[in-house]
Design a binder for this molecule. Structure first.
Ligand SMILES: [Zn+2]
Length: 97
C-alpha cells in the first residue's frame, strides 16, 4: 500500500492547480484518476480488482484527504498528467458546485 497527497505543494504564489495523478493497473491496464476519489466517492477499483483505491481523511487545513492505493498482485504504475493545455479544464473542475 502507498499513500500520497493528491495536491503537491509548490513554490508558486498563484493558486496551484495540481495535475491529475493516474494509477494504472499493470494487469488490466485500466488507469484510475486519484482526484476522482474524495469524501463523496471514497473507494474505487480497477476492472480486474487488482488495484483498490481509498481515501484517508486528514485535517490540517490545507488538504482534506490522502488517496491510498492497495494492490492484490501487481503494483500499479503511478504517474502524473502533463498540465500543458489542460489548465482551463482544471479550473472548470474547481468551480463545480
Ligand atoms: Zn486491474
Amino acid at each position: 500500500m502507498v499513500g500520497f497527497l493528491d495536491s503537491i505543494d509548490t513554490e508558486e504564489e498563484e493558486e496551484y492547480i495540481p495535475a491529475k495523478t493516474f494509477i494504472k493497473c499493470m494487469e488490466c491496464e485500466e488507469a484510475l484518476v486519484s482526484r476522482e476519489y474524495n469524501e463523496k466517492n471514497p473507494i474505487g477499483a480497477c476492472k480486474c480488482k487488482n488495484i483498490n483505491i481509498g481515501i484517508h481523511l486528514i485535517e490540517n487545513g490545507k488538504f482534506t484527504h490522502f488517496v491510498t492505493v492497495k494492490w492484490e498482485k501487481t503494483p500499479p504504475e503511478i504517474y502524473e498528467e502533463e498540465l500543458e493545455n489542460d489548465r482551463s479544464m482544471e479550473i472548470m473542475d474547481t468551480q463545480c458546485c
